[in-house]
Design a protein around this ligand. Structure first.
Ligand code: MG
Length: 432
């Protein structure tokens, strides 16, 4: 990411010296270089000037009447707006103890008198450059901090054990803890994860390692409420290993996906599975039963004389009839693994995994009776009400795989059994 560029203004240099000739000399050296030069003839005047302007560099004479350069430097470091301005002291003193004292008081460099033009210029340029770089770094660091503090994603920094070291306000908001408490927690405590916290960064970094948690990662807030998240972890290569963890609450996104799934899987009229979803479920159930050597049964169901029902009672009544039938078929199933889907028109299909033919016929009989009990009048039925016919087929893969080679073949058998049920008078169950 490229951050906003900072505007570079003309550098201001403040020269402090009690000798006017030295001030003139420094101005003649610096002004041709496009620096703005401010002059002060004493420490006191320099300190007064610093309450009004903030130069980028100060050249400070040591030997001055009144307060000397060392004292001026000491007082200058106590002015908040001036304490970070680099100071080069200018001295005729060349004793090591004086030079050391200048550095100890916070000066960044020194030049000796008599002033050499090229040396003064070179040192000025170097320290203005350093000051400019520090300024850019500070602005960029403030910009990054502002971005992290204002983004809606949670940004956390942890050590290699997952102990949280810093967080942004979005993290406090999402998890409901204040920063102080978060910084005494392990990242694993914010996630709905059962493993050992000490391994957690490894789990986060190696999310393709097959850990089941990654299929649907969840966060956990202060109230223990869990919510779906997306989580990314990157190692930061600093002097101590640390990790940047970005967490995004995807509750809304997950809800939209769930709604979309529901729409693509559900028949809008009857609110049970549609044919498309049946095809997927049937293929999955077939593969599962084949792998685990279980039997699988399928029921093909058709509403008897439905065309004449529509002709006599109208399509609205036909729709209501199909809705009532779908609900009755659905409530006839007692196990979560069983399913019933609208196959098309007035045809329905049920999948019963791990169920033998006798068990499937029992379920079919319950469905037949459930439809009878609806007691929907139908004057063209010899029973006087709506009925259904059901064909049952079962596959025991080990025994039947030469006869029933695919899920499609099993469905075809159930369809054939349904044909038999129709041929034998309807309102009955036939099996193959
Ligand atoms: Mg002097």
């Amino acid at each position: 990411m490229r951050l906003r560029k900072t505007v570079q203004r003309t550098p201001i240099v403040l020269v402090v010296d009690d000798t006017p000739a030295n001030l003139t000399l420094m101005r003649n050296i610096l002004e041709p270089q496009s620096y703005k030069v401010l002059l002060a003839t004493s420490g006191e005047k320099a300190l007064e000037l610093l309450t009004k302007v903030t130069p980028d560099l100060i050249m400070l004479d040591i030997m001055m009447p009144g307060i000397d350069g060392f004292e001026t430097l000491t007082r200058l470091k106590k002015i908040p707006s001036a304490k970070d301005i680099p100071v080069i002291f200018v001295t005729a003193k060349t004793a090591v103890s004086d030079i050391v004292r200048g550095f100890e008081l916070g000066a960044v460099d020194y030049i000796t008198k008599p002033i050499q033009r090229l040396e003064a210029l070179a040192r000025t340029k170097v320290h203005l450059k350093i000051q400019h770089l520090i300024h850019i770094e500070r602005i960029q660091s403030e910009q990054i901090k502002a971005i992290i503090n204002n983004i809606s994603d949670c940004v956390l920094v942890s050590n290699k054990n997952g102990a949280i070291e810093s967080v942004n306000p979005a993290t406090e908001h999402l998890f409901g803890y204040c920063e102080n408490i978060l910084c005494h927690k392990n990242i694993a405590e914010l996630l709905d994860y059962q493993g050992r916290p000490t391994d957690f960064i490894d789990v986060l970094l190696n999310h393709d390692s097959g850990d089941a948690w990654w299929q649907h990662p969840n966060g956990k807030n202060v109230k223990g409420k869990t919510f779906p998240i997306e989580i990314n972890v990157r190692e930061m290569y600093t002097h101590d290993p640390c990790f940047v963890i970005v967490i995004q609450d995807i509750s809304l996104h997950r809800h939209e996906i769930d709604q979309l799934h529901h729409l693509t899987e559900t028949d809008p009229l009857t609110n049970i599975n549609n044919r498309r979803h049946f095809e997927i479920l049937f293929a999955q159930s077939w593969q599962h039963c084949k792998r685990s050597n279980q039997m699988i049964s399928v029921l093909f169901l058709d509403v008897d004389h439905f065309k004449s029902f529509n002709d006599d009672y109208g399509h609205q009544a036909g729709d209501s009839c199909l809705q009532a039938i779908a609900t009755a078929l659905f409530t006839s199933l007692s196990r979560g693994v069983d399913s019933v889907s609208r196959y098309g028109g007035e045809e329905f299909v049920a999948i019963l995994p791990d169920t033998d033919n006798a068990g499937a016929r029992k379920v079919a009989q319950i469905m037949l009776e459930a439809i009878e009990q609806l007691n929907i009048p139908h004057k063209h039925s010899k029973y006087g009400h709506i009925t259904i016919s059901i064909g049952v087929a079962t596959c025991d893969y080990d025994a039947d795989h030469t006869r029933i080679k695919s899920a499609k073949a099993l469905l075809k058998l159930a369809d054939k059994a349904l044909y038999d049920a129709k041929a034998m008078g309807r309102n009955r169950v036939e099996h193959l």
